[in-house]
Design a protein around this ligand. Structure first.
Ligand SMILES: NC(=O)c1ccc[n+]([C@@H]2O[C@H](COP(=O)([O-])OP(=O)(O)OC[C@H]3O[C@@H](n4cnc5c(N)ncnc54)[C@H](OP(=O)(O)O)[C@@H]3O)[C@@H](O)[C@H]2O)c1
Length: 289
């Protein structure tokens, strides 16, 4: 039996990871979040990991407040949790001989490559959040050789139990549609979506494979869309007809952080996952219950 430690188990992805491994009797799963562990505290990370001695560590903890990270205080927190924390975990994983799995984002890219980004493309973030996640990628690679670094984008899934959790885009749209007749939705930032249970299962496959260590892009397939395109598909699939959606430019909703305009993550290494609208159908069935 393998001991697996999942960090960030109260987030959006963490519970799906815990489910994927807990349903397999070959794993003994430990799930930690704040306050069980603070990944920004180097000494405590080393103490806790060396006392548990897991075979595998998956880090799904992050600071995902993209706009707050533009402020000096937010950027310090982002660097601590998204940048240095993964490095401390990677170092502790190496000390106990564990495999280390970490997640990053399309926001490490500048979004000028319309055709999309390959795993080997060099990041050049245009936001402080993107900088902090890129720092995390560097720190992981500096501290351990046995790692899988998985980039994903626009995660969605069942709401987590964490009271601080931010709503995923589809949840936000569904709740706005209950209150408004028309919605203005930004018609840029072309990319794909990632369904948390699919990503969790694919992470498990990757861990159990003999694939080389390194960077992977894992998102659902399907035609890339803007937020507006995604909202249209959502309302069609959910059978919501009495809603007007108006495409607008991101200039209509100015936000502190810049987002990449085109950030399709191209996967050249793994079997592709199902198309995101298929995953969205499954999400809607579960969400409506
Ligand atoms: N969500 C997306 O659309 C998206 C897109 C691209 C990449 N990603 C990446 O995918 C991964 C999973 O994201 P997610 O959306 O599941 O994140 P999430 O829902 O924000 O969950 C992250 C969890 O980490 C916890 N955490 C924060 N600081 C911590 C610390 N210092 N020590 C230990 N735990 C801490 C959070 O607790 P609190 O909430 O109490 O702080 C939360 O429970 C992350 O690496 C993220 O950057 C996500």
């Amino acid at each position: 039996m393998k001991k697996i430690l999942i960090i960030g188990v109260m987030g959006l992805l963490g519970p799906e990871l815990a489910k994927a491994f807990r349903t397999d009797e070959n794993y003994e799963v430990t799930g930690w979040d704040m306050p069980d562990i603070d990944i920004g505290d180097e000494r405590s990370v080393m103490e806790k990991v060396t006392s548990l001695r897991p075979d595998i560590i998956i880090n799904a903890a992050a600071y995902n407040a993209v706009d707050k990270a533009e402020e000096p205080e937010g950027f310090e927190i982002a660097k601590r949790i998204n940048g240095y924390g993964p490095g401390y975990l990677a170092k502790a994983a190496k000390t106990v001989g564990a495999l280390f799995v970490h997640y990053s984002t399309d926001y490490v890219f500048d979004g000028t490559k319309k055709e999309g980004y390959y795993e080997k493309d060099k990041p050049s973030p245009i936001s402080k959040y993107g900088e902090s996640k890129y720092l995390g990628e560097i720190k992981v690679q500096e501290n351990i050789e046995r790692y899988y670094l998985i980039r994903l984008q626009k995660l969605f899934g069942m709401p987590s139990n964490n009271p601080n959790a931010k709503k995923s885009f589809f949840e936000t749209m569904l709740s706005l549609a209950k209150k408004q007749d028309t919605l203005k939705v930004v018609d840029d930032e072309l990319s794909n979506f990632t369904y948390a249970p699919d990503l969790a299962n694919k992470t498990k496959h990757l861990i159990e494979s003999d694939m080389p260590f390194g960077i992977y892009h894992i998102t659902n397939e399907g035609a890339p869309v803007t937020w507006y395109g995604a909202a249209k598909i959502l309302f069609e699939l959910a059978g919501i007809k009495d809603i007007g959606i108006i495409p607008v430019s991101s200039d209509e909703f100015p936000r502190p952080a810049r987002r990449p305009k085109y950030s399709i993550l191209i996967n050249t290494k793994l079997e592709p996952m199902r198309a995101w609208p298929e995953a969205l159908k499954e999400f809607l069935l579960e969400y409506k219950q």
